[in-house]
Design a protein around this ligand. Structure first.
Ligand code: DI6
Ligand code: FE
Length: 397
C-alpha cells in the first residue's frame, strides 16, 4: 500500500521530519519513503491511503513489560499510602511474591485472557511491538507457563511479541535466604527448557538487595552466553549494586531502571553500547526521589529507551504515551528523546535491527497520529492522539 500526504518523522537524525511525504510498502516492508514530489512512478499505482497531513511515526515499541500476571496489588498501593515501603512489603512476603502466588494458581488460558486487555491498552497507545517477561512463576513449570502465554499473545493480536526469561526476578519462599540454590535449581533449568522449547528471545534478572546480587547472577548470564541468548538487567532501581556494569560486561542489550546508576556504570554502558531503559512509571508509583542520571547518560552517548514496565506492583500503567510524558516531565528527556526511546532505541534494546525507523527495508509498522508535530505525542497527559496503525504493511481498522 501507499501512504500519501504524511508528515513523516522517520527518526533518522532526530525526528528526521519530511513534510508532505509518502511511504510505499511492499508486503510487510517499507519499500520507499520521501517527499511526495519524488515518489517513483512504480509506486503510484499502489492502493493509496491519504494521511491528510497527519503525523506518521514508526510504530511504537514497549521494550519492558511484565504484562502476564494474575491478580492485582491495589491493597499494597493502599499499604504504601499508609506508610509502608515497597521493600518492607517485599520482605514481608507481599510485593512480587503475592503476584507469584496468584500467577501459580492461574491456568495458561486464564493468564492469556487476563493479559490480552492489557496488551490492547498498549496497542491503543501506539505499540506495534512489545516485550513480555516471565518472573511471576518462579518454578520451572510456572515460568514456562508464563512464557507460553507471552508467545500466544502474538497469535491473538497483530503486535510482535519478544519474550524474556526472568526467573531471576525474586526469591520464592521455598528458597528464602538461598538465592544461589534457587538460581541452580530453578532459574538455570527453566532457562534451558525455555530455550529448548523456543520460548525466549533474551534473559533478564532483578539485581537488587531484595532479589539477586551480581555474584548470584553470574552462572545465569554465563548460561545465557553459552546458549547464545542476549541478556538485559533490572539494575540500580532501588540501590547501587553495580548491576549495570555487570550487565555491560556481558554485552547486555539494556540495563533498565537505573535511578541509582553511578558514573562508573554510565561509562561501562557507554563502552558496551548497552541501552539505558528508563521506566518513569515505577519511579512515579514508588514516589522515588532519586532521578536516573539522564544528563550523564546523554553526555556519554548512551542510547535511552522509554518503556511502561507494565506490572501489577511498581508500574500499573499500560500507556506508552503516558510513559513518554512522564519521561519528559519527571526525567527531563526532550520529546525527541522520548520518541527515539519508544522507536529506534527501544528496537535496539530488544536487539531488533529491522524496525524503529522509517527507512526502506525495515518492517512497515507505522502509527498515524491526529497530530502535526511529534512533540504532541509526549505533551498530552494520559491522552493518546493515535489515529490509525499499520502493522507489517496492513492498515488496522
Ligand atoms: N522491578 C520492577 O519495577 C518490577 N520488577 C522489577 O524487578 C516490579 C515487579 C512487581 O512489583 O511486581
Ligand atoms: Fe520491570
Amino acid at each position: 500500500m501507499l501512504l500519501t500526504h504524511a508528515t513523516l518523522a522517520t527518526m533518522t537524525n532526530g525526528y528526521g521530519l519530511i513534510p508532505d511525504a509518502a511511504v510505499a510498502m511492499d508486503g510487510n516492508r517499507i519499500a520507499w519513503a520521501g517527499p511526495m514530489a519524488d515518489l517513483p512512478a512504480t509506486y503510484r499505482a499502489l492502493p493509496e491511503h491519504d494521511a491528510n497531513g497527519r503525523l506518521v511515526t514508526p510504530g511504537l515499541i514497549d521494550c519492558h513489560t511484565h504484562a502476564v500476571f494474575a491478580g492485582h496489588r491495589a491493597v499494597e498501593f493502599e499499604l504504601r499510602l499508609n506508610g509502608a515501603s515497597y521493600e518492607e512489603i517485599a520482605w514481608a512476603g507481599g510485593g512480587i511474591l503475592s503476584t507469584v502466588t496468584a500467577t501459580r494458581a492461574t491456568s495458561e488460558d486464564t493468564l492469556l485472557a487476563l493479559a490480552l486487555p492489557r496488551v490492547d491498552q498498549l496497542i491503543a497507545s501506539g505499540a506495534t511491538t512489545i516485550e513480555v517477561k516471565s518472573g511471576y512463576g518462579l518454578t520451572v513449570t510456572d515460568e514456562l507457563k508464563m512464557l507460553r502465554v507471552a508467545r500466544r499473545i502474538g497469535l491473538h493480536r497483530p503486535v510482535t511479541v519478544k519474550t524474556t526469561h526472568l526467573a531471576a526476578h525474586a526469591i520464592p519462599p521455598e528458597y528464602k535466604g538461598q538465592p544461589k540454590a534457587y538460581i541452580a535449581e530453578v532459574a538455570l533449568p527453566s532457562l534451558r527448557d525455555a530455550y529448548a522449547d523456543g520460548l525466549i528471545d533474551a534473559v533478564d534478572a532483578f539485581c537488587e538487595t531484595i532479589a539477586f546480587s551480581v555474584e548470584d547472577l553470574a552462572p545465569l548470564f554465563a548460561e545465557a552466553r553459552a546458549l547464545g541468548l542476549p541478556v538485559k538487567l533490572h539494575a540500580e532501581q532501588l540501590t547501587d549494586q553495580g548491576g549495570a556494569a555487570f550487565a555491560a560486561r556481558h554485552a547486555a542489550l539494556s540495563a533498565d531502571h537505573l535511578e541509582y546508576l553511578s558514573a562508573e556504570g554510565v561509562a561501562a554502558m557507554a563502552a558496551a553500547g548497552t541501552v539505558a531503559v528508563i521506566l518513569p512509571g515505577a519511579f512515579y508509583t514508588l514516589r522515588e526521589s532519586q532521578l536516573p542520571p539522564i544528563t550523564a547518560l546523554r553526555d556519554a552517548g548512551v542510547p535511552m529507551a522509554v518503556a511502561t514496565d507494565l506490572n501489577p506492583g511498581s508500574s500499573p500503567m499500560a500507556s506508552l504515551t503516558l510513559a513518554m510524558n512522564m519521561a519528559c516531565t519527571l526525567f527531563r528527556l526532550t520529546p525527541a528523546e522520548a520518541l527515539l526511546g519508544t522507536t529506534a532505541h527501544a528496537a535496539r534494546a530488544l536487539g531488533l535491527a529491522d524496525r524503529g525507523r522509517i527507512v526502506p527495508g525495515l518492517r512497515a509498522d507505522l502509527c498515524i497520529w491526529d497530530a502535526d508535530h511529534p512533540a504532541e505525542i509526549s505533551y498530552r497527559i494520559g491522552a493518546t492522539p493515535l489515529y490509525k496503525r499499520i502493522f507489517g504493511g496492513h492498515l488496522d481498522a
